[in-house]
Design a protein. Structure first.
Length: 303
């Protein structure tokens, strides 16, 4: 078998397909196409493989290899949630950015004023916890923190590096990505600072649960940053839903491990930080279409 360039392709490798061939494949599988131009543009701009994740809810038995569409399925059935996901990801990223920046600022302020402005690279500043492989987690954390600080080209960091002066916590935290900062919080030994930090954003629970909530926000942010499907997604990392969250949004439907459970936590945090009606942006979008709202609240299991 030859690819378009003429070189041989091993039998185990799937040959690439043109847009024409992809459209024909979908037709052969029983799809009714209502707007071929839109479908072709989406396939060209957004990748068939990415789009195929939206097919699954409309195929007969994809978990066992039957990828034929159920009778009556139209291209708009999956193009609509695909487009809705694009809009929802933008709203989510705005919210997770607010949570991330607020936590950074408040943590730096609280830890510095507790006398810990310069000991954040001291192993004793973190609990002696180990992962399942028996490795001390703070060692990996400290390595990552040093790496990000060394890679930073921020003017203030270059100034500290040039003068040889220690970098204070309020400057250091700005060099860490959200996942590193989240791990920093999960291992931080000063429980008084953590308690005050979490309470400031409405999290009134134990430190482990609080860190799991923040870690879930990192995961949600990363999914959106990589343009991942949200509709009918089963969340690998889902936040614990606290009583305060349920009380704040009693009518918000969310199934365990659904994207909606993460949205509930995100809405709660942003509202406690800003109180600016952010939750209305989320609910207004996902509730505008019944099928889309259902897909955000209910994960599907195709494997």
């Amino acid at each position: 078998m030859l690819n378009p360039g003429g070189s041989s392709i091993p039998d185990a490798m799937k040959p690439s397909k043109t847009i024409d061939q992809l459209v024909m494949l979908m037709c052969d599988r029983g799809l009714t196409i209502t707007d071929e131009e839109r479908l072709r543009r989406t396939l060209y701009d957004c990748n068939y493989y990415r789009l195929s994740g939206y097919f699954r809810a409309f195929q007969k038995d994809p978990a066992h290899g039957d990828n034929d569409f159920r009778p009556g399925v139209k291209d708009t059935d999956f193009l609509t949630p695909y487009t809705m996901d694009e809009r929802l990801r933008s709203v989510i990223l705005k919210g997770t950015a607010r949570v991330e920046l607020t936590l950074r600022s408040r943590f730096a302020y609280l830890s510095a004023n507790a006398g810990h402005a310069y000991d954040y690279l001291d192993p004793d500043s973190y609990v002696d916890a180990r992962n399942r492989s028996g490795l001390v987690m703070r060692d990996g954390l400290l390595d990552r923190m040093r790496k990000w600080m060394n890679m930073s080209n921020e003017v203030c960091i270059r100034h500290y590096r040039r003068t040889g002066r220690p970098v204070p916590i309020w400057a250091a935290v700005e060099t860490f990505p959200f996942d590193t900062f989240s791990r920093m919080l999960s291992l931080y030994a000063d429980t008084d600072t953590l308690k005050e930090l979490y309470r400031s954003v409405g999290i009134r629970t134990n430190h482990r649960t609080a860190s799991e909530i923040i870690h879930a926000m990192v995961y949600l942010r990363n999914l959106c940053s990589h343009h991942s499907r949200l509709w009918h997604r089963e969340m690998v990392i889902s936040p614990p839903v606290t009583r305060d969250m349920r009380t704040a949004f009693p009518m918000f439907e969310h199934e365990e491990k659904s994207v909606a459970s993460s949205l509930l936590a995100l809405m709660y945090l942003v509202e406690r930080i800003d109180g600016n009606g952010y939750s209305g942006e989320i609910t207004g979008l996902i509730e505008s279409t019944t099928d889309y709202s259902y897909g955000i609240s209910h994960p599907l299991h195709w494997e």
